[in-house]
Design a protein around this ligand. Structure first.
Ligand code: FEO
Length: 164
């Protein structure tokens, strides 16, 4: 049985994952309105992944016979800067999410909750990938510089990310 402390923390994580989806969807809307369709598409796919993460926690709580409690989701920012600044924010946000997942794992260890430790291992690997991907995009955008054809090509490259 999930402890109340762990259940609260897992319910909180649903909110954090849905906020991540909201945050990236807001970035996507901004990119679309500012003629960066490739980044808009990339961020929309990322928002869908975050929704899927939220649903994994949702399903896990239910599998453990506990109750999901959804919480209010904060409004995300609605204006952002350059493409580089946007992806620097993605990178920073993913580092924050990693710290949340690590905190959950530490809690599951402390409580000797083995199933939760196993479930979280997927998220630990996922965060390695998400931090690495966002770091690579930031590096690419730093190389490309703030304007011109190279930035246009970088946006197109981001747009090639497969849907779903
Ligand atoms: Fe659900 Fe990007 O972490």
């Amino acid at each position: 049985m999930l402890s109340n402390t762990l259940l609260t923390a897992l319910n909180d994580q649903i909110k954090h994952e849905l906020y991540s989806a909201y945050f990236y969807l807001s970035m996507s809307a901004y990119c679309d309105a500012h003629h960066m369709p490739g980044a808009a598409s990339w961020l929309k796919v990322q928002a869908q992944e975050e929704q899927a993460h939220a649903l994994k926690f949702f399903a896990y709580i239910q599998e453990r016979g506990a109750a999901v409690t959804l919480q209010a989701i904060d409004q995300p920012p609605t204006t952002f800067g350059s493409l580089l600044e946007i992806f620097e924010q993605v990178q920073k946000h993913e580092a924050f999410v990693t710290s949340l997942i690590n905190g959950l794992y530490e809690l599951a260890l402390k409580e000797n909750d083995y199933p939760t430790q196993i479930m979280l291992q997927w998220f630990i690997s996922e965060q390695v990938e998400e931090e690495n991907t966002s770091a690579q995009i930031v590096d690419m955008l730093r190389m490309v510089g703030p304007q011109g054809q190279a930035l246009f090509m970088a946006d197109a490259q981001l747009g090639r990310r497969a849907q779903g």
